[in-house]
Design a binder for this molecule. Structure first.
Ligand code: URA
Length: 439
């Protein structure tokens, strides 16, 4: 076996690494026997030269096995999981996880925290007073066996190689590489143990992938890699041309998810949740078509079964179930500010990332991993793309700890909207579906 410098040179020169060579690199990363500058050089070589499909499979496999791989076999039935590449007001997990679990399909969810303009499920759930996501794998498996649904934070020993590589990619300009993103996401999903994985690949102004061709390439590769490693996988490419829901921020998004589960709120957030949830049911053989899955999930809303499942989740993880019927008991902001339209016109574009950055500035998110967040902060959107708004009409209400933050947020928020005289065509919500066997 060549030494690590030879491997860096080989990749730098555009040659494909063998599975054994990729394993040697990942072992060295995991065991800290390679210097950070060498790892960074290898990441840059991979970024610039790309990886073949075989190399991406080998990298994903090596990263998956760099730490613990969850064994969920003691939970009866096929287990489902989902992953979003990250968006704004993207609260689908809080809706579809209880809905799918209430249909009898166990959902074992390892979630992440928000970073940058995209939120994270752990932060949203922790805005419910008392909610604990720090569970050991044994506790999480036992809760999932009992109730059919658990949401836990990623443990330290899940894909440690990815944790090291991601930290270096973040500071070396090597995040935006499709094979590196594929191996990072899919190694975590495979190590988390579910049989069926539905991916929500976000595309548009509030997503990693700004255009459809790159979202399609990412989705296709993730589906193929998941398949090669023995999991059932499909991907939905959904629009981030505007925030998915109307409420942005941790406690606010919990409030909106509850309202959707009560059948009080329809719209894009529900539609994407049904699109993803029905595919979780399909891949676990609980239904035989997406349409049947959507009908079943809608029925779980009508009968209150989805809401009851969320109640069990909140109770089992130590939190206050009274928020389900008294959302006013969720954290509430001290200050608010109504932001009005500076002129009349059709809303033809939103800079969704800027809206996400506004919520971070208000206190709802983190710039650095170690930043504290304000659960009550966020935005209540009052408009959707294609709406005609009059000058002075409400665009949204901002919530923060003090008036100064609201005023700073207002400037950024107002600039996120583009107005036109012509009525714009409505962009599709679901841009593509990539299923097993899609070329
Ligand atoms: N999310 C991940 O987990 N990894 C990436 O590389 C990008 C997004």
């Amino acid at each position: 076996m060549s030494n690590l410098v030879d491997l860096i040179i080989k990749k730098r020169d555009g040659l494909a690494l063998s599975a054994a060579e990729i394993q040697a690199f990942i072992t060295a990363v995991t065991e800290d026997t390679i210097a950070d500058y060498q790892t960074s050089a290898m990441l840059m070589a991979m970024f610039l030269q790309g990886l073949t499909e075989e190399e991406t499979v080998s990298l994903t496999q090596a990263m998956t096995h760099s730490g613990t791989v969850m064994d969920l076999s003691s939970i009866p039935g096929k287990k489902a999981d989902k992953h979003s590449t990250g968006g704004v007001a993207d609260t689908t997990t809080l809706i579809l996880a209880p809905l799918v679990a209430s249909c009898g399909v166990p959902v074992f969810k390892m979630s992440g925290r928000g970073l940058g303009f995209s939120g994270g499920t752990l932060d949203k759930l922790e805005s419910i007073p008392g909610f604990s996501t720090s569970l050991s794998p044994e506790q999480a498996i036992s809760l999932c066996k009992e109730s059919g649904l658990v949401v836990m934070g990623q443990t330290k020993d899940l894909t440690p190689a990815d944790q090291k590589l991601y930290a270096l990619r973040d500071v070396t300009g090597t995040v935006d590489s499709i094979p590196l993103i594929v191996s990072s996401i899919m190694s975590k999903k495979i190590a988390a143990g579910a049989d069926a994985i539905v991916l929500d690949v976000k595309c548009g102004s509030g997503a990693f992938m700004k255009d459809l061709p790159s979202a399609q390439t990412l989705a296709r590769q993730m589906v193929q890699i998941g398949r090669s490693l023995g999991r059932r996988v499909s991907a939905v490419i959904s629009s981030m041309a505007q925030p998915l829901g109307l409420l942005i921020g941790n406690a606010l998004e919990v409030e909106e998810a509850i309202s959707v589960l009560k059948g009080e709120t329809e719209g894009d957030l529900l539609d994407v949740s049904l699109e993803l949830g029905s595919r979780m049911l399909l891949l676990t053989d609980a239904v035989s078509s997406v349409e049947e899955g959507k009908r079943l999930l809608r029925r779980q809303i009508e009968t209150g079964a989805g809401l009851a499942q969320l109640e069990r989740l909140i109770a089992q993880q130590g939190a206050d179930i009274s928020i389900l019927h008294h959302p006013d008991r969720l954290p509430k902001a001290q200050s608010s500010l109504a932001v009005k339209a500076p002129k009349s016109g059709y809303l033809c574009a939103m800079d969704t990332a800027s809206i996400g950055h506004t919520s971070v500035l208000l206190g709802a998110g983190r710039v650095k991993k170690t930043d504290a967040i304000d659960y009550a902060a966020g935005i209540r959107m009052a408009v959707r793309l294609g709406d005609f708004v009059e000058e002075g009409q409400l665009l949204g209400t901002l919530y923060a700890r003090n008036d100064g933050l609201c005023a700073q947020g207002a400037a950024l928020f107002t600039n996120a909207f583009t107005f036109s005289e012509e009525k714009p065509t409505q962009p599709p919500l679901i841009l593509d579906i990539i299923e097993e066997g899609t070329k």
